[in-house]
Every structure is written in structure tokens, then in C-alpha cells.
Design a protein around this ligand. Structure first.
Ligand SMILES: Nc1ncnc2c1ncn2[C@@H]1O[C@H](COP(=O)(O)OP(=O)(O)OP(=O)(O)O)[C@@H](O)[C@H]1O
Ligand SMILES: [Mg+2]
Length: 258
């Protein structure tokens, strides 16, 4: 097996007294598509936010692409990461959130070109060429000149995916990207994600309540409860033949709700 691209090593995350991630250890292989499932409050979003360095660790280590995320080497000692280290590490990871936070006063095209031009010093012509390719991939090329307010929720979310991809991350994180959408708009976004999963070798971590989608998409499903992995395995195993009672109970509940 290749070296893992992400390693969580005894990760602890507390908010005050509340232990949200409880000694969590798992690896992700390059190119792997992982679905994170579990009840509300089990810590799924917190894992993604830690990977985005939007939260700090309470304990343990996260290693991305062979390097500590929150620490760096200085004369053989590990010291807290400085801004330059965080900046470099952040460039490896992109995220799409539940609420597409597009810049409301920028066109679709500008939403996709802005970050590469500002943070990666990509020239406008190159940024626009790449943006149009990405917008084409998510089926939004005709709306390049539109403003976000003129788009449906599903269209906004597809632009948000193109925007995250424009920075060419090695790893993409998706947090319930369809759960704020009207039901008839869900499928168009899932189709884009299916395309990404099948056509790219990007590593993808996805939090979802869409179990049918998780089954198609994932190489491996991790079931969380209370900040721990209760059970993990290929979707065929987890969804068809879960071993743990807590997994069985959770799946019964979410499948009954759909
Ligand atoms: N900034 C914060 N301050 C205090 N508590 C927080 C904070 N962020 C998250 N929590 C708590 O941490 C726990 C895990 O939250 P998290 O958002 O990771 O859950 P989740 O598995 O994504 O749930 P959901 O399925 O509802 O999105 C919850 O109990 C939540 O209330
Ligand atoms: Mg969440």
C-alpha cells in the first residue's frame, strides 16, 4: 500500500468539557473515497474542520501528505506551525460546505477565478480558462456571467464545487453538500460528485446522510458515534451486513426517514 495521504493519530478534540473526538486514529490512502456517516453531534464536521485548520487540536496529531498539519520541524524539534506552514498545508485541501458561501457580489466566473489569482498568483487569462473548463464539467458554463442570486441552490452548489477545484487541491472535503437543497436539486449535485469520484484520482472525504449515494461513491465507509469509529468497511459490508448494534440502529433510523 502507498503511504497514507491523511493520518489521524490519537486525535482528541474538546470544546470546554465536551469531548467531541475521543482518541481518533485512522488513515486515508491517496485517491481513496471515504464516506463519514453517523448521528448528529458525533463529530463528523469537526474532523473536516480540523483538516481545514478551522479548529485547533486538543491532542494527538494530524499528518497530511507526510507532514504534520499543526506542527513543523525546527532544528529537529516539533514546534507549533506558523502561518506560512499552515498556508502551504491548506493549499492541499479544499472543502465544500452545506451552505454554499459564494461571494454574492461577484459573478460565477469571478467566484471561481478569485482565489487562484489572489493566493496562487495565477494570471487572469489562465484562471479564466481553467474556470471555464471546471464550470463546463459541473454543467454551469452558460451561467459564467450570472450572479449567485440568479442561481438555484443546486446551481450554486455546483459553482461552489468548481470554485474549490480551481485551487487544484489533492484532497476534497464535502460536508452534507446536498442537505440544504430542495429534493429535486439533489441529484444534479450528486451527479457532479459521482463524476469527480470516477474521473479523478483526488482523495475525497464526504459527510452525508444520503446512504444510497454513500454506497455508490465510497471505497470505505466510517461509522462514527460520540467521536469514535464504531465500525468501518466497504459499503457493501457496512450497509448490507453491519456488525455493530449501533450501526444497525443508525441505519434503520436513517433508512426509515427516507
Ligand atoms: N465551536 C464549538 N463550540 C462548542 N461545541 C461545538 C463547537 N462545534 C461543535 N461543537 C459540538 O461538538 C459536537 C460535534 O459536532 P459536529 O458538528 O462535529 O457533529 P456532526 O457529526 O457534524 O453532526 P451533524 O450530523 O448534526 O452535522 C456537537 O456536540 C457540537 O455541539
Ligand atoms: Mg456536521
Amino acid at each position: 500500500m502507498a503511504d497514507p495521504i491523511i493520518q489521524l493519530d490519537h486525535v482528541v478534540k474538546r470544546f470546554g468539557e465536551l469531548v467531541v473526538l475521543d482518541n481518533l486514529t485512522f488513515d486515508v490512502q491517496p485517491g481513496e473515497k471515504i464516506a463519514l456517516i453517523g448521528p448528529s453531534g458525533s463529530g463528523k464536521t469537526t474532523i473536516l474542520r480540523l483538516l481545514m485548520t478551522l479548529e485547533t487540536l486538543s491532542g494527538g496529531h494530524i499528518i497530511v501528505d507526510g507532514e504534520q498539519l499543526f506542527h513543523m520541524k525546527k532544528r529537529d524539534a516539533l514546534v507549533p506551525a506558523d502561518e506560512a506552514h499552515l498556508h502551504r498545508m491548506r493549499a492541499k485541501i479544499g472543502m465544500v460546505f452545506q451552505h454554499f458561501n459564494l461571494f454574492p457580489h461577484k459573478s460565477v466566473l469571478d467566484n471561481v477565478t478569485l482565489a487562484p489569482m489572489l493566493t496562487q498568483k495565477v494570471k487572469r487569462a489562465d484562471a479564466e480558462k481553467r474556470a471555464m473548463e471546471l464550470l463546463d464539467m459541473v454543467g454551469m458554463a452558460e451561467k459564467a456571467k450570472a450572479m449567485p442570486a440568479q442561481l438555484s441552490g443546486g446551481q450554486k452548489q455546483r459553482v461552489a464545487i468548481a470554485r474549490a477545484l480551481a485551487l487544484q487541491p489533492e484532497i476534497m472535503l464535502f460536508d452534507e453538500v446536498t442537505s440544504a437543497l430542495d429534493p429535486e436539486l439533489v441529484e444534479e449535485v450528486l451527479n457532479v460528485m459521482r463524476l469527480l469520484a470516477s474521473e479523478t484520482d483526488m482523495t475525497m472525504l464526504l459527510v452525508t446522510h444520503e446512504m444510497n449515494f454513500a454506497r455508490d461513491f465510497a471505497d470505505r465507509v466510517l461509522f462514527f458515534d460520540r467521536g469514535r469509529i464504531v465500525e468501518q468497511g466497504p459499503p457493501g459490508e457496512i450497509f448490507t451486513n453491519p456488525r455493530e448494534e449501533r450501526t444497525q440502529g443508525f441505519l434503520r433510523k436513517v433508512l426509515a426517514a427516507h
